[in-house]
Design a protein around this ligand. Sequence first.
Ligand code: 9MR
Length: 573
Amino acid sequence: MILTNSFIMKKLFSAFLFAALIISCQTKVNEPIKVSDQIRLNQVGYYPSSVKEFILADLSGTSFDLADNDEKVVFSGVLVDQGTWKTSGEKVMFGDFTEFNTPGTYHIIVDGKTSSYPFEIKNNIYEPVLHAAIKSYYFQRASMAIEETYGGIYKRAAGHPDDACIYHPSSGKSEGTLNAPGGWYDAGDYGKYIVNASLSVGEMLLLLEQFPDGISDGDLNIPESGNGISDLWDELKYELDWILTMQDDDGGVYFKLTALGFGGFIMPEAYDLDRYIIGKATASTLDFAAVLAQASRLYKEIDPEWSAKALDASVKAWNWAQNNNNIAFKNPEDVSTGQYGDAEFSDDFFWAASELFLATKNDTYKSAMTEFNQTYQHQLADSWMHFVRNVGFHSLLENKDDLDPEMAESLTTGHLTLADEILQKISDHPYHIALDNFVWGSNSDILNQALILCVAHRISGEEKYLIGAEQITDYIFGKNATGYSFMTGFGTKKVIFPHHRPSGADGIADPVPGFILGGPNNDRQDAHEVTYSSEFAAKAFMDVEPSFASNEVCINWNAPAVYVLGYLQQVRK
Ligand code: 9MR
């Protein structure tokens, strides 16, 4: 491995931070307390009214203290043995300080010897992470420069104009080029994929629907700030406007806009591969129809002209899919960018029918909802393929008055049953999460569970669902078997080397902030390039740049984080 200057700088910085932490935690009697990531907690912190839990991994102890910055003990509690978590191989103890709710900065001390990282108890604790999670999409914008005014040190030149993309034969076209600028880069790569774009926007539109003023104009400091419209809508519209460009004249929607293969770790402006319009398929067309109908309904009053255009495009896409209802996308031989392959379309039909029904109240779509009725479930893994049905459920639940009472009732029961199953798993789990199977994008699996719990809280008002959602966000910010905070830029044990091209190429020590990493992935598809330090599934995560299987960023992993953090911020404040 070649050690670059930026690599060495990043390493030195991490070592310095760690040393500073140890020094700052000397006790008054001069006995150093060791700061250890074996105490796993939410390194960002807790709302005063939140549940407040932590895990002790492979450390013995019987009791714990909560100490403030002056080492004054403000709360004490007992540790509860949870046995061994076989997925992480750890002996797990559990502590709870929910009762303590005075704002301040604290750390946990176990048996007077070991300290956790510091964390805060504070109102609005999730506001910065929420804003950063949304702002990460701004940093992913294709075809425009990131200006210093908005991007600070992460300013960069424009890349990927995407104004003359070549039609790949799989698109069905052989002549001309397509003008498809804008939108967000999908992930650590510079591709743009309709299926994943639609799901990501769909999940975040739910937050906008529930709390139209949750993110105000100006909150994110993006170029559109000051236009009188929520910055979240502005950010989503940047993607939606690109999505709209991907429709063929006959209504069908191209699958993706990428080069033939992934390029190197270079900045957007240095990219020199040809960009192609690839594939035209049932899933891309239906997910396009769904998200545009959803957006058109929500923006009817704010932007009637755009809303009408979006609905028109959505209906055309739906009609195309009626006649082309089984076209699965598969990478052509000469293409090796992300496949997002899906060959089962009933859930995509269901989502599109649900959104088109809510947008038009037309009976055709109502019948289609029945025809493509879905089992009420949360199918884990590959959320871009499976979670579309849940996005449909959530829109319907939010608009129960538009449904027949029996349907409203059955959706409500289905949702609460699913949410109760998640809660049961949390309560049976040593780490108080509901996941034992760690695959590609496991952090989005877990965040989508939290999303389901927030929706359960929304429809029932029951506190237990909020608690479950918080137990899951605690996992994201450090209460996990790796001890990392899984959002770039936040927490104490930070991820420094995400698989994200601009972060790798910009020469800046810290990665672009606000990204949720994929998380532990026991399938380890990158094992030929990455040496994992643990054999355990819950620890199958490496903070190294080549680890695309565990340490990449992706728009559909951030989307549920935006929803969940946004929801918790609204109800906890
Ligand atoms: O998130 C996707 C994961 O569920 C799949 O298993 C994996 C392999 O097909 O692809 C992931 O999506 C990647 C996409 O194909 C290309 N851009 C980066 C995405 C995140 O790794």
